[in-house]
Each structure stands twice: as C-alpha cells, then as structure tokens.
Design a protein around this ligand. Structure first.
Ligand code: ZN
Length: 155
C-alpha cells in the first residue's frame, strides 16, 4: 500500500478519565505517507488526519457494553500500546484509493506508454474491422477458386 517507510507522523494525545472511571484517550494524529497514485502511478504524498477518541477497556465484554457512539479498545496489559493505537487510527483513515490531489498528477512514462498502447489497440481494432470486410470478400473468391481446384483433383 505504501511506497516506502518515509513520512512523518505527528500526534497529540491526552489521557483522561472517562465515564465509569475508564481511561479515555483523546487526541489527533496527522501523518504524511507516500502512496502510488492510482491516476498516474507516480508516488504521491498524501496527508492523513485522524482523531482519536477511545475508551480503554479491560475485556471484550466491556467493549461490547460500551455505548454505540463510544469507541473502545481492549487493553489487558497495564500499558496501552500507543503506537499501535495511533497506527490503527491512521490505517482506518487512509483513503481507499491513494491519488494526487486534483491537478497534481504528473504524466509518468508508464502512463504515457499505457495511453499509447490503448490508442494503438484502438487503431489496430479499426484496421482489423476494415480487414475483416476485405478478408470476407477475398475468401469468397478463394472458396470458389479452391472448390474448382478440388473438383479437378477429385475427378
Ligand atoms: Zn497522480
């Protein structure tokens, strides 16, 4: 998904006491990652912003018991793995298809080659359509010709 590991991540996280004395993690994380643009196939830097608001719970049961608009995270160990948490949030915020912002695409050699190939194919198909007509006529004539030849051979 990512072109390489380069990029920057900035995060601001606050731990608070949420309701029922659960730990509430509130924060924002911003990252710049490099992906392959699905328009032009060139590397593109995209910004991801994610907000974090998670209640830390001790079990799956507690997680299931959370209110519908509360996001939770099961954490059975003493320490919350903050990096994992932030990484998860970032991954969730990644666009499904990475691409440059409008107008920022650079025509890459690969794209140009693909376009040229597509044009060539269209041209070839047009040529083929024309050839098919001619071929049909040519075969009609050939059929009559060969029929005569076989007749001669057989008799
Ligand atoms: Zn692009």
């Amino acid at each position: 998904m990512l072109v390489d590991d380069s990029g920057e991540v900035a995060a601001e996280v606050d731990f608070r006491k949420g309701h029922k004395r659960k730990t509430l993690v509130v924060g924002a994380v911003a990252a710049t990652v490099k992906v392959v643009c699905q328009n032009c196939m060139a590397p593109a830097n995209i910004d991801i912003n994610a907000t974090v608001r998670l209640l830390i719970v001790g079990s799956d049961d507690e997680l299931a018991a959370l209110a519908e608009n509360d996001d939770g995270m099961v954490c059975v160990e003493e320490q919350v793995l903050l990096v994992d948490l932030l990484e998860d949030e970032l991954i969730l915020s990644m666009p499904m298809v990475g691409r440059h912002l409008d107008g920022l695409c650079t025509p890459s050699p690969a794209l140009l080659a693909a376009q040229m190939a597509a044009e060539k194919q269209t041209a070839a198909e047009t040529a083929k359509a024309v050839t098919n007509k001619d071929t049909y006529k040519a075969f009609a004539g050939l059929g009559a010709l060969t029929a005569g030849m076989f007749d001669k051979k057989d008799s």
